[in-house]
Design a protein around this ligand. Structure first.
Ligand SMILES: [Zn+2]
Length: 284
């Protein structure tokens, strides 16, 4: 059901089941390429940042970001990896404003049949950095690499973007998602009051998740593996170690996976993290 802004206030919906996919996934070659990792591990990974097995059940939320037609094969491989480690269910963060074709929807629905969940993830997942000023420009340069589209928009346009994202799922006969994650976790200039009037139930940002039904923000540690340079690898592996440690006392741990992580420098850390024996949750 498509919703306008007024109808969506406080709206929450259960997931429905998508139609079965008709097309076999098209990624046998890529699966092989991703399984045979050729990137060397930086030396510092052997030290204090080693991934250690957990001693007691720690809750975790697993998500794969940037799901769009051009990344579906990589996403499919990552979903297989999560399944191999029984790190499921996995939430797929969908970028609706791309050129989705019927075959892409079939591939996506096949993943839903395997238990994947859906979430909204911006619209285009891209901005022109010239649109940004001040701290937003710094954020883009240092962290988000020109994907944090909320940072380039005023509040009213961010609200429209989120509503458009939510309605895209119903327009394509997909289950209504409960979760919205802005690109690069950067919500921009929206308050919790603004989020209370939007149709998703959960809103994820860098430090945690806001539930607009209970009106509660829950801090949740976060790990990431998108390390295509040594500097990012050093930064992320230190950050991940800290956040995995925090999660032993204050979960759930969010494990944020990006489509090309298995070809980057932290592929081993990602695989080890998935194998740590977390108690995987579908949502908060
Ligand atoms: Zn993203």
């Amino acid at each position: 059901m498509r919703l306008n802004r007024r109808e969506t206030q406080k709206q929450t919906k259960d997931y429905a089941t998508g139609k079965p996919g008709k097309r076999k996934h098209r990624s046998a070659k890529i699966r092989h390429e991703l399984t045979v990792h050729t990137q060397p591990e930086p030396v510092f990974f052997a030290g204090w940042c080693r991934v250690r097995p957990i001693q007691r059940p720690v809750k975790a939320l697993i998500s794969i970001h940037d799901v769009m037609p051009e990344t579906l094969d990589q996403v499919d491989e990552l979903l297989h990896l999560c399944e191999q480690h029984q790190a499921t269910p996995v939430t797929l963060l969908i970028v609706p404003g791309k050129a989705w074709q019927p075959a892409d929807f079939d591939q996506l629905r096949a993943m839903l049949e395997r238990g994947a969940l859906l979430a909204g993830h911006g619209w285009q997942h891209k901005i022109d950095p010239k649109q940004l000023r001040g701290t937003a420009r710094l954020h883009s340069l240092l962290l988000s690499r020109n994907v944090a589209e909320h940072l380039a928009l005023p509040p009213a346009k961010i609200r429209s973007l989120i509503l458009r994202c939510y309605n895209w799922f119903a327009d394509h006969a997909l289950p209504n998602p409960k979760l919205y994650v802005p690109p690069a976790w950067a919500m921009g200039r929206l308050s919790h009051n603004d989020l209370d009037r939007l149709p998703f139930r959960y809103y994820e940002t860098f430090f945690g998740i806001y539930d607009n039904l209970s009106r509660k923000f829950t801090y949740s540690p976060l790990t990431g593996y998108e390390a295509d340079t040594n500097l990012r690898a050093i930064t992320l592996t230190t950050w991940n170690h800290l956040n995995r440690t925090i999660a032993r006392y204050h979960g759930p741990l969010r494990v944020g996976i990006h489509p090309f992580d298995l070809t980057y420098k932290l592929h081993t850390e990602l695989t080890q993290t998935l194998g740590m024996g977390f108690q995987i949750q579908a949502q908060l």
